[in-house]
Design a protein. Structure first.
Length: 250
């Protein structure tokens, strides 16, 4: 059965990468791809591909956070654990609600976007290489060309000399650059930074760009960015879905 507020005590403290928990937020109401978590790729729902990839990356504590009983049933039938959170205003708030239902363990929390089926041990090692503080978050970025950067569904980030995010945008930033850094859908939170990020209301920039991480930065939080190749792409559009189907069916 999916976990709820009355089942918290049933969750075992299973072993895995020491002190790390992966939580995958998933909802049915995607604007561009309704019902996205349950769309089939190579005969398997997208959310199960992501959960299985997390397990293959060496993460034993993997949970799907959702307000959908349909998603929860599919996740449980697929051999993974689901946490029914109720409504949430953002993916990070849903991750925080699930973390609380799981007993608020003193662990690093990986927010793995539920549309990133190519997550790997390389991704996990990279994001854990710069553990977050009480007021920071760690995430990833990969290099893309100018033509790819024109796609507003591919979020770009610019960095300072120390590898901290200066700004995220759906526009190609920096203007005139020969290449761009594309944000990869994986965050690492400390318990304190997860609480803080999930409690914030959207700021002016985050509402404009429709990017919740800008709200954290507007509040003064730091986002550490580890760059690398990080092969893969998120599934945001029908075109992404067909490309991922072709890739995984091979």
């Amino acid at each position: 059965m999916p976990l709820g507020r009355r089942e918290v005590a049933l969750i075992p403290a299973s072993a895995g990468r020491a002190g790390v928990m992966a939580i995958l937020p998933a909802r049915m109401e995607s604007t561009r791809l309704p019902g996205k978590p349950l769309l089939a790729i190579a005969g398997r729902p997208l959310i199960l591909h992501v959960a299985a990839a997390c397990r293959s990356a060496g993460l034993e504590r993997v949970f799907v956070a959702t307000d959908s009983s349909e998603i929860a049933r599919v996740v449980e039938a697929g051999g993974f654990s689901a946490v029914l959170t109720g409504p949430a205003s953002s993916g990070t708030e849903r991750v925080h609600l699930a973390w609380e239902l799981l007993g608020s363990p003193r662990v690093l929390v990986l927010n793995v976007q539920g549309d990133e089926p190519m997550v790997s041990a390389t991704w996990v090692d990279a994001v854990l290489s710069r553990p977050p503080s009480e007021a920071s978050v760690t995430t990833l970025a990969r290099r893309i060309g100018r033509d790819e950067a024109l796609d507003p569904n591919r979020v770009k980030v610019v960095l300072d000399a120390a590898g901290r995010a200066l700004y995220f945008s759906r526009c190609p930033i920096p203007h005139g650059g020969d290449f761009h850094w594309e944000h990869v859908g994986l965050y690492c939170f400390s318990p304190e930074s997860l609480r803080r990020a999930s409690s914030l209301s959207p700021g002016v920039l985050s509402r404009s760009e429709r990017l919740e991480q800008l709200g954290w930065m507007e509040d003064g939080m730091s986002i550490e960015v580890v760059t690398g190749s990080f092969e893969g792409t998120g599934v945001d559009t029908p075109g992404d879905l067909e490309a991922m189907r072709k890739l995984l069916e091979r």
